[in-house]
Design a protein around this ligand. Structure first.
Ligand SMILES: Nc1nc2c(c(=O)[nH]1)N[C@H]1C(S)=C(S)[C@@H](COP(=O)(O)OP(=O)(O)OC[C@H]3O[C@@H](n4cnc5c(=O)[nH]c(N)nc54)[C@H](O)[C@@H]3O)O[C@H]1N2
Ligand SMILES: Nc1nc2c(c(=O)[nH]1)N[C@H]1C(S)=C(S)[C@@H](COP(=O)(O)OP(=O)(O)OC[C@H]3O[C@@H](n4cnc5c(=O)[nH]c(N)nc54)[C@H](O)[C@@H]3O)O[C@H]1N2
Ligand SMILES: [Mo]
Length: 676
């Protein structure tokens, strides 16, 4: 019997596709884009079209496993669920009796699902009184910057980019990481729009745009301020929009006038003329739109850079048109009832400390102290692979290798993190469980129905936490709600669940041009060039350029800047173990340009050492025009154990944090490269 089941792509990607799984006699045989969903348009990326290969992968974790070898060895024996759950509950209870804050949940967006993400899991840790996790690893700097200026993670409706006349693709490799947006940009291009890519790397996207501005990493605010300078001196401003819908114009004007293009050209390492021309295009083309993405905020000044860019459309009045404005993330537009799903009220007045996931390396190595609180004694990891993705992995690995740390990992695969587990528990994939989704690159809600029965003895995250809760004696009824009930609860009556059941998606009712008449969700209701909230915290009320922690030229021993953007056929560290996709990527590479390669005797194919004071990573070099002078690109995020020497790029990245949002600075990193 053949059946078609509507689902949603669970991955951390702006596109959040609706898909259709064809099931034959209980086996999923293919996954295809849902043609009825306009954002998916019947097409999936290469990765997710191979979803059955991932689900039926011979190395799926199918049974609960208990560690038998040393930490990190990846040696396990199969145990029953009963044994695993009883022992885990007893171990957690013993720690909790001393201090529940010594227990840390660690999770991110392995699935973006609201139910298999933070629902029963959050309730469980709230009830326990465990440490809270600051989920900063991806987007908090840009998210906070956007929120200070526009009031939230809000922006243009993505579909209207197709009508724009000028599109700035800023800090984003859309072809790799936002493919369905690229389709809209192509449509605009066919209608005569000009596409400009702002990215240190000559990415797959940059080479297909009309123009590529290859600035130095971490200099985006300088570029944005110079654009403002030009808008001001040439009077390409919408004075009426500025007067009615913005705050802090006089102060911003004064700041921007300190940034003539010549100054920014020096800082950004691009020709002055390129900045002048971009400003003219932006100032004189209507409608003009900016697709900002998170690639530009993984540096010290990432929050300020997002603020500076977010000011631009209010200066020119681009928001007046539905095809004008800026989009970084649309997630703030979704009316999710987080409190109902996650139940922070179960803390019952307790205020556990918060641990920043981006400094997990340092924090696992800390002893208890007055400022820090108790030493971390137990770690429960789900939907994340921190040993591969967190910065400064030398320290992360040392932390996970602690013999006195009790670690539980819920996973599909034997990842680098799973290798360090005391218990490894088999989780279901998106084809095997219910979920409901928001999106950060469009504005539709998606539903995912299970297409097949759980493989082996795998269970949904929710079910694993329900059973742990029962063994811990948590008797609140919220610990027995089933997944379908949780899906219904996520949006309550704000989204029609019968529509989700029937179509797999539902569209939020939103205006075409949300800020044509102002009405931003900031405290003032205006676009806040000047942020009173930041000024009150003693921070700069205006956006400014903050140089990287590790500015090229500041350290003669490590003269090259390294960025580590995603490889096209992986999704963060997911899919690295899917052979057909890994075969396309080949092996970990470092892109280096000719002028940096030749004095070092490096030719394409040579194995090189990439190093700084935090560590060393061996990788194969590709001499390529994708890298600009002074910057090397270490494409991510490989599993350490599949790399040349059992490490990956994060061996080199630092645990310093961004100006706003306490985020990681993956792309603010100096290195030296030498033949191995
Ligand atoms: N195929 C694929 N798709 C993905 C992902 C993936 O790993 N693979 N990751 C997903 C995730 S988690 C996220 S958060 C999203 C967004 O993910 P992003 O991290 O925004 O990924 P990209 O779109 O690749 O954009 C990064 C681009 O920013 C550039 N960049 C680096 N430093 C700077 C800088 O200082 N300034 C500017 N202007 N550009 C810079 C990089 O060279 C790269 O081309 O994509 C998601 N989609
Ligand atoms: N150097 C460098 N490092 C980076 C980045 C970079 O650009 N450069 N990007 C950063 C960014 S943007 C992000 S978002 C983070 C991403 O970091 P993570 O959120 O850790 O993402 P993944 O590496 O994809 O790991 C997710 C894991 O969750 C598992 N998983 C998926 N679904 C489920 C499920 O339903 N249940 C359970 N239990 N597990 C599941 C997958 O098998 C996978 O191993 O990495 C960051 N790290
Ligand atoms: Mo991310």
């Amino acid at each position: 019997m053949t059946q078609q089941v509507l689902g949603a792509c669970p991955h951390d990607c702006p596109d959040t596709c609706s898909f259709v799984t064809t099931v034959q006699d209980g086996v999923a045989i293919k996954v295809q884009g849902n043609p009825a969903h306009r954002h998916t348009d019947g097409a999936l990326c290469t990765k997710v079209s191979r979803y059955t290969e991932r689900t039926y992968h011979p190395e799926r974790v199918l049974y609960p496993m208990r560690r038998t070898g040393p930490k990190g060895s990846g040696q396990f024996e199969r145990v029953s669920w009963e044994t695993a759950l009883t022992d885990i509950a007893a171990r957690l209870a013993a720690v909790a009796q001393r201090d529940p804050q010594a227990i840390l949940p660690y999770s991110y967006a392995g699935t973006m699902g609201l139910v298999q993400g933070e629902s029963i899991a959050a309730r469980f840790f709230h009830k326990l009184g465990a440490s809270l996790l600051d989920r900063t690893i991806c987007a908090t700097a840009g998210g906070e910057g956007l929120t200070q200026t526009l009031g939230g993670k809000v922006g243009m409706r993505v579909e209207f980019f197709a009508e724009s006349r000028l599109i700035l693709i800023w800090g984003s490799n859309s072809i790799a990481s936002n493919l369905h947006f690229w389709r809209l940009a192509q449509e605009a291009k066919r209608n005569g729009a000009r596409l400009v890519c702002i990215d240190p790397r000559r990415s797959e996207t940059a080479e297909k745009c009309h123009e590529h501005i290859a600035l130095r990493p971490g200099t985006d605010a300088a570029l944005a301020l110079a654009l403002m300078h030009e808008l001001i001196v040439h009077d390409w401003l919408d004075h009426d929009y500025i007067a009615r819908h913005t705050v802090g114009w006089e102060a911003l004007r004064e700041r921007a006038l300190q940034w003539p293009p010549a100054r920014a050209a020096q800082v950004c390492g691009v020709p002055e003329e390129q900045i002048v021309n971009l400003a003219r295009d932006y100032g004189t083309t209507r409608p003009a739109a900016i697709r900002l993405n998170y690639g530009m905020q993984r540096v010290r000044g990432g929050g300020n850079a997002a603020r500076a860019v977010a000011c631009l459309p209010a200066l020119t009045g681009a928001w007046r048109h539905r095809a004008g404005g800026v989009l970084l993330s649309s997630s703030g537009l979704f009316p999710v009832d987080k409190a109902a799903l996650q139940r922070p009220d179960l803390l019952a007045g307790r205020q556990p400390r918060t641990i920043n996931m981006s400094t997990i390396g340092d924090d696992l190595l800390r002893d208890g102290s007055a400022g820090f609180g108790p030493k971390i004694e137990a770690l429960v990891v789900y939907n994340s692979n921190p040993v591969a993705v967190a910065p400064e992995s030398g320290k992360v690995v040392r932390g996970f290798a602690r013999e006195d740390l009790f670690t539980v990992v819920l996973e599909h695969f034997h990842t680098d993190t799973a290798d360090h587990a005391d218990y490894l528990l088999p989780a279901t994939t998106q084809l095997e469980h219910w979920d409901v989704h928001l999106a950060y690159g469009h504005t539709d809600v998606l539903l995912n129905r299970p297409a097949i029965a759980p493989l082996g003895e795998s269970r949904p995250n929710t079910q694993i936490f329900r059973e742990l809760a029962a063994r811990m004696g948590f008797s609140e009824p919220c610990f027995t709600q089933d997944d379908e009930a949780l899906c219904r609860m996520a949006y309550g009556d704000r989204v029609d669940f019968s529509e989700l059941l029937a179509n797999g998606f539902a569209t939020l009712a939103l205006p075409d041009a949300p800020y044509a008449e102002g009405g931003f969700p900031t405290p003032s209701g205006k676009c806040e060039f000047f942020s009173e909230r930041l000024a009150q915290q003693g921070l700069d009320g205006l956006p400014d350029h903050l140089p990287n922690y590790e500015v090229a030229g500041s350290d003669p021993r490590h003269p090259l800047a390294m960025i580590s953007p995603p490889a096209r056929n992986f999704l963060n560290s997911s899919f690295v173990n899917v052979k057909s996709l890994r075969d396309i990527e080949g092996e970990p590479v470092l892109e280096i340009c000719e002028v940096d390669a030749s004095p070092r005797g490096i030719t394409s194919g040579a194995v090189v050492r990439v190093f700084n004071d935090r560590g060393e990573y061996r990788v194969r070099a590709t001499v390529s025009q994708r890298a600009r002078p002074g910057v090397v690109n270490g494409l991510g995020i490989w599993w350490r154990k599949l790399g040349l020497d059992g490490t990956n790029v994060n061996q080199l990245t630092s645990q310093k944090l961004t100006d706003l949002g306490r985020g990681p600075v993956f792309y603010d990193c100096l290195v030296e490269v030498a033949l191995a």
